[in-house]
Design a binder for this molecule. Sequence first.
Ligand SMILES: [Mg+2]
Length: 385
Amino acid sequence: MNRIVRLETFHNEFVCFVRVTAEDGVFGWGQTSTYNADITAQVFHRQIVPWALGADSSNIGALIHLIERREHKYPGSYRARALAGLDTALWDMAGRRVGKPVASLIGGSPGPVRAYASSMKRDISPTHEAERLVRLCAEQGFTAAKWRIGAECGDDVDEWPGRTEEIIPLLSRALGDGIEKLVDANSGFSVPRAIAVGRVLEEHGISHFEEPVAYWDIEATRAVTAALDIDVTGGEQDWDMVTWKRIIDMRAVDIVQPDVMYMGGLSRTLEVAGLAAAAGVTCTPHAANLSLVTICTMHLMAAIPNAGKYLELSIEGDDYYPWQRDLFLGRPFEVVDGHVTVSDAPGWGVEISPNWLDRSIYTEAALETFKPSAYGALYHKGEKL
Ligand SMILES: [Mg+2]
């Protein structure tokens, strides 16, 4: 038993870091899911902190499970986003306590992980996208790259007329045979259009077709997967284990893509990876920005037996996402010969930038002084926390 005695958050609108401290003085850093992080921080303090303060820090999965049950009337994205902050901080703490990287705690080892260059842009012409992906592959040694087709939840209306038809052959030719090619439709197509586009992708040697149709329509996704030879992939939005069991049982996709932060942390993502492994399904997680989500995913990829061929690594820097600036000390996402490196330092192996923390909004909850909100007091029915 090593009780949690302090939970601190440092947030702005985009990022919320969590620091958890146990009664032996060991601490760990985690992060809630990015975007609307100010709202997530509020959910964290209202609905996660009352259950976590005073709880045993050493059985992470059990604590996450308990909080899900205690807050069962609030299933969904924000609960999972906030839980991710607690879970990832506790994993960092567990690693720091024994002097090992998280990858080693979950059966893997630190070292290089192959990455693919992942474009986040649709507002980019096919010519410009070809130019920058070819350049990045040459400069940083990427051997796989992903670009965007269709429009996000676009109902078959393209980003602009003809973009999908133009970018597929153009990028395929520009990247050539030595580079593995991936595309992401972000739920952009109907089933017939997705199957038609999928045949074009197959003709041009693309190997990964992500979120071809509305992701929430699992039957539609399965229809596309069944019709095509290309690997159909998805699951980045999903966090509910019942949904995950359905997706995997019915082979709705060829490759599952849980997001560590949308899932509610590493513990729940490991559950999905385990379900997939038992069914012989590959797991290539979603990690779409250069915050802690990609660090956590690097450790996960270095450990699970059914890890896909490559880590998703966003190529969009601080110019496109200014909120990513100055989050960490050092260069945790440095690419050498198309690989990033899982650090052998304890925990996640990264340090949050003190400058960033100084500029953030700080909230602290300590076991000895904590007072639940009116909601919390009512919900706990006067029970001493
Ligand atoms: Mg995606």
